[in-house]
Write a new protein. Structure first.
Length: 114
């Protein structure tokens, strides 16, 4: 079982990034997909969730319409489009697949400079 995130990096305030999460070793289409983040010195927080069939998405209150979660089950891949980034969005972003078990990726660093 693997979840591999990519797409993180350094971006200026107001910029955009698109994170990807490629899954393997399990039936991705059965699993809810989540993105979490962890800022330095803080706990992990839930950013966004999309159901296995993409019929519902939810977001953390801090997202305020700036991020979009999506998935392509034919490619075993999930995405997090992040726009209008701010320094407080800095952290390690993790994707997670949850059904009967919950799997985690290794994370990708997002740094937003002011």
């Amino acid at each position: 079982v693997r979840l591999v995130e990519s797409g993180g990096g350094l971006v200026q305030t107001g910029g955009s990034l698109r994170l990807s999460c490629v899954a393997s070793g399990f039936t991705f289409s059965d699993y809810e997909l989540r993105w979490y983040r962890q800022a330095p010195g803080k706990g992990r927080e839930l950013v966004a969730t999309v159901t296995h069939s993409s019929d519902m998405t939810t977001y953390g209150g801090f997202v305020k319409g700036r991020f979009t979660i999506s998935r392509d089950n034919s490619k075993n891949t999930g995405y997090l489009q992040m726009n209008d980034l701010a320094p407080e969005d800095t952290g390690v972003y993790y994707c997670s697949a949850r059904f009967s078990l919950q799997y985690w990726g290794q994370g990708t660093q997002v740094t937003v400079s002011s």
